[in-house]
Design a binder for this molecule. Structure first.
Ligand SMILES: Cc1cc2nc3c(=O)[nH]c(=O)nc-3n(C[C@H](O)[C@H](O)[C@H](O)COP(=O)(O)OP(=O)(O)OC[C@H]3O[C@@H](n4cnc5c(N)ncnc54)[C@H](O)[C@@H]3O)c2cc1C
Ligand SMILES: NC(=O)c1ccc[n+]([C@@H]2O[C@H](COP(=O)([O-])OP(=O)(O)OC[C@H]3O[C@@H](n4cnc5c(N)ncnc54)[C@H](O)[C@@H]3O)[C@@H](O)[C@H]2O)c1
Length: 578
């Protein structure tokens, strides 16, 4: 079909209100389903470039690794099931290649030619596409992105076809999930990340345990370096890294980020910011009767107020629903919430999760913050299976408003981050966390849950009862303060800061003169393993008139912040003897 020979049933302006949706997955299909439930009379046409609609993008890595063995399980709906249940006109293989907002017509290119569709309302949910950096050799057949069901099927086929070595370029969410999946399937995996650590949105404190877990799974983690070329060979490709390392690969996953898939709409005059469509609080674009949702749009961040794209399924699905309300019931729709960017990822036996702003975002926005670190158990310590949830919280110094939180651990991370995401959305302060009435019995939590404890620590910090020092400042502390290590001798032997004075916290009250003499007028910076005993010691020292502060998160956080440098800096008896 050509534009001029457009079939009348698609080209003519319909007597019914016609709503056209571009993109038939998370945001687009949530929109279409809700629009139908609100309006039985409208004609709703969904145009999807690919072969599938309503597929589970988020499940793709788990097919690659074989955890979801049947790729058809990822096809949540089909055009037929959507027609039957919701009377949606879903057209796959329709690539929207033009938009005329004056005439209110979209142009789609199909295998059979070009069609024009007039619309009364147009909803854009085209998502994002994989970034393809300028690297020689990316057109090799062994290089694949992971964005579609076909990508996942192809990668699975390579795994089942005997691929032994994989290189994953980019250790963002997709890269880390792909690396985990490929390692679980038995491949030798090298994960290459340009940034200083895997999962750049996570703080060092949370990313370091993830790196260790990836290594435990057998993944070689290379950070601070990018691929410069992929050399294609008959039997294998070789990925050449910036430092000259050559890594052979039977399969290469390209996951170095995404960019909004909006060229067509930007060219049509829709306001965009760095490629992302700018929308108002109801998802309306700069063009009359055109809305947009999902990975393709930019919204003001809930914490920093700075505009940024958020490429996550939950916000896309929920925005699709809210935009349907605005399209079908104008004036009555609730506004789109500002994104918090709550995200979670499994890596082997660990879970890492984040909500709200991280240190980099707060710094970029010029917002003051204090950081808290805690390592409480996810459930009663005496109950079998207790393990630590490593928590990082950022709070506003003057009133304790929650700004962001992250966590990593074996169990209970999802619950704590979801509680904290709810608290952030509710505009709570860290002190409000003390009062949260959370479910408790020994297999599930503690009478003072990890989140309650975060509130208590935060409250102490805000009112000055607890003064903290941070692992990031360790070099300055070593240069200008007395480090007082209040752990047991056995713990100290596992590694201690050079020059530290060791007095177990239980002996401190009787040995204050020793501390005073060793400090010789310098501040005293206390530490223990997690920050609990050093907080007790800090109270003793402060009330004895010493300038004291407790290491936030203790040596657990110190080791995570130092990363591989911990082995250089921390002194062990073996190292001291050598
Ligand atoms: C491998 C993977 C794992 C993920 N895991 C998670 C997760 O665990 N948690 C999470 O929150 N998020 C996850 N995401 C992100 C999540 O899938 C996206 O944020 C979400 O799908 C965005 O919804 P969307 O509607 O904006 O775009 P999409 O769901 O990507 O849908 C856009 C659709 O529009 C189509 N399209 C684009 N342009 C056109 C055009 N011009 N004409 C016609 N059709 C077009 C595309 O083909 C695509 O099918 C994952 C993504 C991937 C790829
Ligand atoms: N569990 C989840 O929540 C989940 C899972 C998968 C995807 N997602 C969403 O999908 C989006 C896309 O995921 P993604 O992983 O493609 O993007 P991403 O932006 O999360 O990660 C891309 C990574 O590639 C790195 N990088 C960039 N250029 C590089 C280069 N030349 N060499 C090596 N590394 C390079 C970046 O520093 C970054 O860490 C994410 O933003 C995320 O929101 C979420």
């Amino acid at each position: 079909m050509t534009e001029t020979s457009t079939a009348p049933e698609t080209g003519a302006r319909s007597a019914r209100r016609r709503i056209v949706v571009v993109g038939g997955v998370a945001g687009g299909m949530s929109f279409a389903a809700r629009a139908r439930r609100l309006d039985e009379t409208a004609e709703i046409v969904v145009l999807e470039r690919g072969a599938h609609v309503s597929f589970a993008n988020c499940g793709l890595p788990y097919h690659v690794g074989g955890e979801i063995p049947d790729a058809d399980r990822l096809l949540v709906q089909t055009p037929e099931s959507l027609r039957a249940a919701l009377a949606l006109d879903v057209r796959t293989g329709h690539d929207v290649t033009g938009l005329d907002t004056e005439r209110r017509v979209v142009t789609a290119t199909t295998a059979d030619g070009v069609v024009e569709l007039p619309y009364d309302a147009l909803v854009l949910s085209p998502g994002a596409r994989a970034v393809r950096p300028r690297i020689d050799g990316l057109d090799s057949a062994r290089v694949r992105t992971l964005r579609t069901v076909d990508d996942a099927r192809t990668l699975r086929e390579r795994v089942q076809g005997g691929a032994r070595r994989a290189v994953v370029l980019g250790a963002g969410f997709i890269g880390v999930e792909a690396a985990e999946a490929l390692a679980a399937a038995g491949l030798e995996v090298t994960l290459v990340e340009l940034g200083p650590h895997v999962l750049p949105p996570l703080e060092d404190e949370v990313a370091h345990p993830v790196t260790q877990e990836l290594r435990r799974l057998g993944v070689t983690v290379r950070t601070g370096v990018a691929a410069e070329a992929v050399e294609t060979g008959a039997d294998e490709d070789v990925v050449v890294l910036g430092d000259g390392t050559r890594v052979p690969a039977d399969v290469v996953v390209l996951s170095v980020g995404v960019r909004p898939d909006t060229e067509v709409f930007e060219a049509a005059g829709i306001d965009c910011e760095r490629g992302a469509i700018v929308v108002d609080e109801h998802g309306r674009t700069s063009a009359q009767d055109v809305w947009a949702v999902g990975d393709a749009v930019v919204q003001a961040d809930a914490v920093t107020g700075l505009r940024r794209p958020v490429a996550l399924a939950g916000p896309a699905n929920r925005a699709g629903r809210l935009v349907a309300d605005d399209v079908v019931r104008p004036g009555g729709a609730r506004p789109l919430p500002a994104p918090l960017g709550t995200a979670i990822v499994r890596v082997g036996e660990l879970t890492a999760a984040t909500t709200g702003a991280n240190r980099a975002a707060l710094t970029a926005a010029g917002l003051a913050f204090r950081t808290l670190h805690l390592h409480p158990n996810q459930h009663a310590g005496y109950f079998p299976g207790a393990s630590q949830v490593h928590l990082v919280l950022h709070v506003r110094p003057d009133d304790g408003l929650l700004l962001g939180a992250q966590a990593v651990g074996r169990d209970g991370v999802d619950k704590r981050i979801d509680v904290l995401a709810t608290a952030l959305r509710a505009g709570m302060s860290v002190e409000d966390l003390i009062d949260l009435d959370l479910a408790y019995s020994p297999p599930y939590g503690q009478a003072k849950d990890a989140v309650n404890l975060a509130g208590m620590v935060g409250s102490n910090v805000l009112d000055g009862t607890l003064r903290l020092w941070y692992a990031q400042d360790v070099d300055a502390v070593l240069a200008g303060a007395l480090v007082l290590d209040v752990r047991t001798p056995q713990e100290v032997a596992t590694g201690h800061l050079p020059g530290a004075l060791h007095i177990p916290h239980t002996e401190l009250r009787g040995r204050l003169d020793e501390v005073r003499a060793a400090a010789a007028g310098r501040p005293v910076r206390v530490l223990c393993a997690s920050g609990v005993r050093s907080a007790i010691a800090h109270r003793v020292l402060a009330q004895a008139g010493l300038d004291s502060a407790s290491l936030s998160g203790g040596t657990l956080t110190l080791r995570a912040v130092l990363g591989d440098r911990a082995d250089e800096l921390l002194v062990t008896p073996a190292a001291a003897a050598a």
